[in-house]
Ligand binder design. Structure first.
Ligand SMILES: Cc1ncc(COP(=O)(O)O)c(C=O)c1O
Length: 377
């Protein structure tokens, strides 16, 4: 199925209201003309930081088993997952809250924080959940000025921390830059900042960093600080569509998060089973990480050959400096070549984010690069 015929299938079904209903009544998944659950074949989907090597074989097996019991709400399996996560970090299970993706817990904490004050954040970060949190509040997000290196300026952040701020939001490694902060500096910053407000560290990509144990702020939670760390099964675990994420924080802080979430009631059997089966699956995690590093090397080399560079990434995506070229125009040129990447972030008009994927998809990006750049304005 080509990109064009896939697009016309969706457009056709959206505009032809009556025929949509007729086909919906007789719809058969087996006979569906497109892959409803992922990219069509021939499309290199490199726009959402997923890990297409997942789910792991162990996760798939667990999902089949759990789905057979899909008549029942999630209960014991979620307790097990919390226990597993807590045990790894030397905490008790009441330090862990699960949600549908980490977007759940991140949004709930932002909702709680926005009741008490403003959220302080860098100019560029994965802001979806904090934006959700402040949507119905008179308190907004205070963003730091742009930093020239595009890294998070912790000194500026500390300087901006006044009594209006109820929460600091740090994403480490950051999205879309892919850059990781110096662990010692971040630790010192979080310790001091957490004396004044809640500190949220979104560690969605922690497992992909060069030294995950050194770069995590979870030890600060253990030390009793007012710090919350969010993690997800959507990235290296390859389970984005199964929707499991979690937050680690002291129980008093998690009580505020729980006020907004549905708790285990918001989880699904297959997702939790997949997470339990994947959590300690080091073989799969190491395999995925190796493939992601290989993909980053392929992209770096191709960029170099085309006179471009990217920021140093410790994630499964890269932020490419297009210099004089416009990122939206480049996104379109790549989409025309069946390669899906991200367009402009805020006013960073010349920066383009590409996710790592299967090596054949990365090869498609590499092959499309010269021609796409040539037609990019
Ligand atoms: C930094 C960061 N945090 C959190 C998420 C949320 O992912 P999920 O809700 O699938 O856990 C994303 C998704 O791309 C992300 O980039």
């Amino acid at each position: 199925m080509t990109g064009i015929s896939r697009r016309s299938f969706f457009i056709g079904s959206a505009v032809a209201g009556v025929s949509t209903l007729a086909s919906a009544r007789t719809f058969s998944l087996d006979a569906a003309p497109v892959n409803l659950f992922g990219p069509a074949s021939g499309i290199a989907k490199l726009n959402a930081n997923e890990n297409p090597y997942g789910p792991s074989p162990k996760a798939l097996k667990a999902m089949v088993k759990a789905s057979a019991h899909g008549a029942y709400y999630v209960r014991r399996s979620a307790q097990i997952l919390r226990e597993m996560i807590a045990e790894r970090h030397g905490l008790s299970p009441d330090y862990v809250v699960l949600s549908s993706g980490s977007s759940g817990v991140l949004t709930y904490l932002a909702l709680a924080a926005s009741q008490q004050g403003k959220i302080l954040a860098p100019d560029l970060f994965w802001d979806t959940t904090s934006l959700m949190g402040v949507r119905n509040s008179s308190n907004g997000i205070v963003r730091l000025p742009k930093s020239t290196s595009l890294s998070i300026d912790l000194e500026a952040m500390e300087g901006a921390l006044d009594s209006d701020i109820s929460m600091v939001h740090v994403t480490n490694p950051n999205n879309p830059t892919g850059m990781v902060l110096d662990s010692a500096e971040l630790r010192a910053f979080c310790s001091r900042a957490s004396e004044k407000c809640t500190v949220l560290v979104d560690e969605a990509y922690n497992e992909l960093t060069a030294d995950p144990a050194a770069s995590t702020m979870i030890p600060l939670v253990k030390a009793g600080k007012n710090v919350a760390v969010a993690r997800t099964f959507s990235k290296i675990y390859g389970l984005a569509g199964m929707r499991v994420g979690y937050m680690i924080a002291k129980p008093e802080l998690l009580e505020r998060v729980k006020q907004y979430g549905l708790g285990d009631y918001g989880l699904n059997q297959a997702g939790v089973a997949a997470a339990v089966a994947s959590y300690n699956d080091n073989e799969f995690l190491e395999y995925s990480k190796a493939k992601i590093i290989e993909a980053r090397e392929m992209v770096s080399e191709a960029l170099q050959q085309n006179g471009l560079t990217a920021l140093p990434s410790e994630t499964n995506f890269m932020f490419v400096n297009l210099r004089t070229k416009n990122a939206e125009s480049f996104r379109q040129a790549m989409a025309d070549r069946n390669v899906l990447i991200r367009g402009i972030y805020r006013d960073y008009t010349h920066w383009s984010r590409v996710s790592m994927g299967k090596l054949e998809d990365i090869q498609q990006y590499v092959d499309a690069l010269p021609a796409a750049l040539a037609v990019t304005g």
